[in-house]
Design a protein around this ligand. Structure first.
Ligand SMILES: N=CN[C@@H](CCC(=O)O)C(=O)O
Ligand SMILES: [Mn+2]
Ligand SMILES: [Mn+2]
Length: 317
């Protein structure tokens, strides 16, 4: 029984990559990924993964950043394609939702509808952003999913140099978590939001005050020493049932993540971020994940996309 999904804007295309042969021992991601027309409702057991692109620049443009993130889903697939496939679950590509012109809100709603359908059919979902306005699109899907609607406690863990809690008249890549806080309050739920990697000089006093008012748990980039991050994440996971993990690639040092709107002068080292991903994967609580803010136009050697691809691979183990 194939899954009927709400329409995407660009259907999945065949993946490409290096070929060492056809046998299972030679398998790479591009040979393993199937198109979403082969997506089925998940049988009990290891959840199949579904990848969905959110091609959007509009949030970054509204937030006065350097645009280019609309090209990120394609760049992320290109970086994932040649990786050796060691996962013990199938992966399907559901195509892309594309933000056309300035209508960010309509695009976020479309993404949310497809995502909720994938989640409710039992998939481990991965959204390839987009600027960090991707997070609000992800939230629309996650909050509409049966898991959250039936009362499971949702936690949002953001790996980011920024709070993205801006109070602005229009939504942007700087506002998604304040939008979520308001939506959760409207739904009568507690907003559980934690951020690791906050750069003090890159967030104003107003943003810290907003975080404190909302009860946001955060760890500064300079405090992201391995044991401390592990305790921080473990404490957060203990209070929730299902996790939405969002990785803003500007949490990483500019040397490994130059291709973002706002490269980090300090950044949290990749081994620390990777350890968080392993911890989250092991927890069994990961409902949904996304990666955001990749800007291929500034991505020297594809470093940022390669790093993101590796983290996605780690999270699906
Ligand atoms: N997505 C959010 N971006 C940051 C950008 C900061 C900067 O450009 O320095 C923010 O709004 O805080
Ligand atoms: Mn950021
Ligand atoms: Mn962000």
């Amino acid at each position: 029984m194939f899954l009927k999904l709400p329409a995407v804007d660009v259907p999945p295309r065949p993946w490409t990559g290096r070929s060492d042969g056809d046998g299972p021992g030679h398998r790479r991601w591009w040979q393993a990924v199937t198109a979403s027309d082969e997506l089925q409702a998940a049988a009990p057991g290891r959840r199949p993964a579904a990848v969905l692109g959110f091609s959007s620049d509009e949030g970054v443009r509204r937030n006065q950043g350097r645009t280019g993130a609309a090209a990120a889903p394609a760049a992320l697939r290109k970086a994932l394609g040649p990786l050796a496939f060691h996962l013990d679950r199938p992966v399907a590509d559901a195509g892309d939702v594309v933000v056309s012109g300035e209508d960010l809100e309509a695009g976020q709603e479309r993404l949310g509808r497809v995502l909720a359908a994938l989640l409710d059919a039992g998939h481990q979902t991965v959204v390839l952003g987009g600027g960090h306005e991707t997070a609000y699109a992800s939230y629309l899907g996650v909050s509409a999913s049966a898991a959250v609607q039936t009362g499971q406690r949702l936690g949002v863990l953001n790996l980011d140099a920024h709070f993205d809690l801006r109070d602005e008249p229009v939504a942007s890549s700087g506002t998604p978590f304040l939008q979520m806080a308001r939506a959760e309050a409207d739904a009568g739920r507690e907003f559980r939001y934690a951020v690791a990697g906050i750069s003090e000089p890159n967030n104003t006093r107003v943003l810290f005050d907003t975080a404190d008012k909302l009860g946001v748990r955060y760890l500064l980039d300079e405090d992201c020493e391995p044991n401390r991050v592990q305790d921080f994440v473990a404490g957060f996971l203990a209070e929730i049932d299902v996790l939405y993990l969002t990785i803003d690639l500007d949490v990483l040092p500019a040397a490994v993540a130059p291709g973002v709107s706002a490269p980090a002068a300090y950044g949290v080292p990749l081994p620390v971020i990777s350890a968080v991903c392993r911890q989250v994967a092991r927890s069994g609580k990961l409902l949904h994940l996304d990666v955001a803010e990749l800007n291929p136009a500034f991505d020297i050697d594809g470093r940022t996309a390669r790093t993101a691809a590796r983290l996605i691979d780690t999270l699906l183990r």
